[in-house]
Design a protein around this ligand. Structure first.
Ligand code: MRU
Length: 329
């Protein structure tokens, strides 16, 4: 498997990097059935909105090869995780591609469509990297590297390839722009460790900080911009991303730090008018690691209002929140 790709297949099974074992172990898991694909998404062996979408698309192909119906496979996969709209976008695309096809050609067509979804995600993210570089490559105090803050993991691990929020950072490194990344830990699942692992592999300087350090670093003028990914962007630009994103956006606004969201257009839910309509996943409280008996709540995402977002970095270029709706094709 390509070392910087998260998902591969041979027309019979799908191979993914098991992210629940990173960064300690680089292990792959083979998905051969609908149940295995659904489990991989639910248990976060695969995670990140674009990768969840691609895995779900392959899950449909696996299900049809098992002799299950299209409707059953779409329903099982749609129930895995609620917030990342790429999941529903990919399933809807599979439904459109497969509906009305003769029974005999369904499985082959499903593999073909899933492959197209995966290839398009990789291409979209590469374009995000190119467009995002223009935001980073600005005149600044030449004595120090550009200081970028990110939250969660929106690198290649969270996509088929290249990443979203990290794609411009990789592009900056490739173009010789000195860059340092503040990586927030991202409690409770610690996806910041995945980001640190990616950046270390790429030779990009970075520092892992506790989530709550972000405000101080911005107040001290040690952050030039924030770039995060997204799980669902409403038509008005309100953006759901990993819980903790909103607090970073508030701190960025308070300190005049530009706050960017990098995402492919498959993450925009044009049917969702505003952020208060985005379903927020509530995960098992055990993830917080509190002693038994402590009441816990564990919302996995939050919503950043469009007013706090300087721009979206998409495969079609830089788009301001007020112009997002025009990107609907
Ligand atoms: O719960 P996760 O790890 O799937 O959440 C991931 C995020 O919130 C990412 O920032 C988002 O999906 C963008 S990934 C390119």
């Amino acid at each position: 498997m390509d070392p910087l790709r998260t998902i591969a297949e041979d027309g019979a099974a799908v191979l993914v990097l098991d992210q629940t074992r990173l960064p300690a172990d680089e292990a792959h898991v083979r998905l051969g059935t609908l149940a295995e694909a659904a489990h991989a998404i639910r248990s976060m062996q695969v995670r990140g909105a674009p990768l969840i979408g691609a895995t779900a698309a392959y899950g449909v192909a696996l299900a049809l090869a098992e002799g299950r119906s299209l409707e059953e496979s779409l329903a099982v996969l749609a129930a895995t995780r609620p917030t990342a709209v790429n999941l529903h976008w990919a399933l809807e695309r599979m439904r459109r591609a497969l509906s009305g096809l003769p029974e005999g050609g369904l499985t082959t067509a499903a593999w073909r469509e899933a492959r197209a979804i995966a290839a398009e995600d990789a291409a979209a993210n590469a374009a995000i990297g190119r467009h995002g570089l223009a935001l980073l490559d600005r005149p600044r105090d030449g004595r120090r590297p550009l200081q970028v803050m990110t939250h969660c993991n929106a690198g290649w691990l969270a996509t088929v390839a290249h990443g979203t929020a990290l794609a411009p950072i990789y592009a900056a490194k490739d173009s010789g722009l000195p860059v340092h990344v503040w990586v927030s830990e991202t409690r409770p699942r610690n996806q910041g460790l995945l980001t640190a692992w990616e950046l270390a592999r790429a030779g990009i300087t970075h520092t892992l900080v506790a989530d709550n350090a972000a405000g101080l670093l911005m107040m001290q003028g040690r952050v030039d911009c924030v770039i995060v990914g997204a799980d669902r962007i409403a038509a008005n630009g309100d953006t759901a991303n990993k819980v903790g994103t909103y607090l970073k956006a508030l701190a960025a606004k308070a300190h005049g730090v530009p706050f960017y969201v990098a995402a492919p257009l498959s993450t925009v839910d044009f049917d969702c008018p505003a952020g208060d309509r985005i379903p927020i996943e509530e995960r098992d409280g055990a993830e917080l690691g509190a002693p038994p008996g402590v009441p816990v709540g564990n919302p996995a995402f939050d919503v950043t209002p469009a007013a706090l977002i300087a721009a979206f970095v998409t495969e079609r270029g830089i788009i301001s929140p007020s112009h997002l709706f025009r990107a609907k094709s």
